[in-house]
Every structure is written in C-alpha cells, then in structure tokens.
Design a binder for this molecule. Sequence first.
Ligand code: R5P
Length: 293
Amino acid sequence: MLILAFPDYLNQAQRLADRLAVPLAEISLHHFPDSESLVRLPPSLPEHVIICRSLNQPNDKLIELLLAATTARELGAKRVTLVAPYLSYMRQDIAKQPGEAVSQRIIGKLLASLFDDVLTVDPHLHRISSLDQAIPIKNAVSLTATDAIAEFLKQQFAAAILLGPDSESKQWVAGIAKQTGFDYLIADKIRQGDKQVAMILPEYDYADKPVIIIDDMASTGRTISKAAGLLHTLGVKAVYAVVTHALFCDDAEAHILAAGIKAVWTTDSIDHPSSCIQLDGLLATALNTMLRT
Ligand code: R5P
C-alpha cells in the first residue's frame, strides 16, 4: 500500500501515513503557463494506493485528481482510494431553476468512476441521508469530526453555549453537545445571496456566557459574522467559532474578525493557520476498519 499526497495536503497525509505505518510519496505537480496541469506519480505503484487531497477550490483539483487516479490505474494499481476530508460540490443537490446542473450528483458520479473507496469528513448532505447516494460506490464513507471537536472544546471550556447557525448544523452541534455536556441552540438562517445572510437567534438568557458557533464550513464568513453580531447585541461574554472546513474565501476572515469573534478554530481538513484540530486519528481508524472488511 502507498499513500500518494498532493502537495496541498502533504502535512496531513504524512501524519496519516505515520499513523498507518504506510509509506508516502508526494504527487508532483507542474502548472503550465496556459494553466494546464502536469501530474506525475511514482512510476512503480503497489496494488493499493490511497490518494489524499481535500477538494476546496475544486475545479483544478478535480482535473488533477482525474489525471492522478487514471494514471495510477494505468501504472497497475488495482485499488484506488480517495481520502478527501473536504468534499466540494455537495451543496448543489437540486436544480433550483430549470437547466441548472445538479453538481452533487455529477461530481459524485465522476468520483465513483475513478475510485474504489472515498472517505470524507462532514460532507454537506442536506436532502440525502448517506454519501453513497451522492457517490454511488460501496465504500463511500462519511466520517464526522464532532468527537475531535468536542475533545478540543472540553480542553478550552468548563462550560459554554453551543450555537448552530442553521437547521443543517444541528447534526454536528447536537453531536458535540452530547460529548461535552454543553447546552446547544439552533438559529434560523435565510441565505439571501452569496454574501447576504439573515438570521434569528432562539430566545435564551445569553448574558455573560461564552458562546461557541459551530458549523461545517466557513465560506464567505457571513454566517458566522451575522451570528456573532447578533450575539453581541445580547450581551454575551465572548463569541468563539469552530468549523470543520476552513474555506475562508476572499474577505471571509476580515469579516469574521470585524464581528468581534475571540477565536476561530478549525480542523486540518484544509491547511490554514486556524487548523488546530487534527483528523489523522479519525481517518486512520476508518481506513483500518475499511481494510479489514
Ligand atoms: C450552509 O448551510 C453551511 O452549513 C454553512 O453555514 C455555510 O456554507 C457557510 O457559508 P458562509 O461562510 O458563506 O456564510
């Protein structure tokens, strides 16, 4: 077995390889002036390779994944596994207007055609209940970072209120609340545009309490900054945020900081200065289980 890591996920893949005691090779990438990619794998591969890369900023990465997985098969790999802790294109799961691409289904089918197994963490599945409905293969494995996040929060706080900014976040917030014993609340959110969010907080005595906003991802940061702004008007002690996937597009971080958040913590599904919750233990356990079955 060999772990093949794209450069943008090298540190996390190395930690995973160390845990599994499996060798690692870096996939070499060259970007031509016209923006095409040259992908180079080690010319000699074992029967099973595990390709590791998160799929934030996905468009180029998906093409490079197609090139890498196809080349791995051409070089003799019989089993090709994808570890993509952040899986993109999962939110567009219906056509809201006639003619729209249902990206979740299309990208899911592409990944199913390339990989024998796909492992990811907290994918944004809204209208479907399991990952294999999006990626139609037997081993489509959806893990959750809630235990790792709960362990981290237990070390930071003796007590706090957890706030999920929308109904979709309830699955993660409730899981973390169960592990930490902290109370949790779920807000009502309406997304009015890419960077416009309206929100109503549930009634609660927030005064003088630390509140931790929990979400699966921060993209534009508008969800977190809106929640933080509302919480501050209610006299909370301090606002923190934990998200699984640190997308932080454009001015997201500036927006979050301007909303008076004391700290933002994320997992290392995407490499970012805030990524202090490591997922290699979770991924290694899941891979070991998968390999035994
Ligand atoms: C959406 O339902 C997700 O769970 C997140 O709340 C959302 O993607 C965050 O996006 P943004 O940071 O752009 O508000």
